[in-house]
Write a protein that binds this ligand. Structure first.
Ligand code: AMP
Length: 112
């Protein structure tokens, strides 16, 4: 199914893109929940984390690697949080997997 993020990947709707390579794109969240809040999105359309296949394991690693690299570039040396919401109870709203990266504020635990 085509989602909002497929349209961002195809440049059909605008986004503040931070980074792109052949596997992922990263852009600022439109409704930031921290001074730094961006999303790392695979170009492959996988609906939820629960749909991740064995063949996607290297891609999942690349998403995490990209997240920490960009977090440091964007000034989150003191720390940051990564979140991947999965399905309804997980609070997922866009059904194309994406890793949230939040930083430059103190996070609390547990999340709401
Ligand atoms: P989730 O609720 O985990 O599925 O996260 C979806 C995220 O996408 C939310 O944090 C939204 O603020 C964000 N979002 C929705 N539309 C856009 C957009 N056009 N550009 C950037 N981020 C968006």
């Amino acid at each position: 199914m085509d989602t909002l993020f497929d349209k961002i990947i195809r440049r059909e709707i605008p986004a503040k893109i931070i980074y792109e390579d052949d596997q992922v794109i990263a852009f600022h969240d439109i409704a930031p929940q921290a001074p730094v809040h961006f999303l790392v999105v695979p170009k492959k359309a996988i609906a939820t984390l629960a749909d991740l296949a064995q063949e996607d394991v290297p891609l999942a690693g690349h998403i995490l690697y990209t997240a920490q690299r960009l977090a440091k570039e964007l000034g989150c040396e003191k720390g940051f949080r990564v979140v991947m919401n999965c399905n309804e109870d997980g609070g997922q709203t866009v059904y194309h997997i994406h890793l949230h990266v939040l930083g430059q504020r103190q996070m609390t635990w547990p999340p709401g």
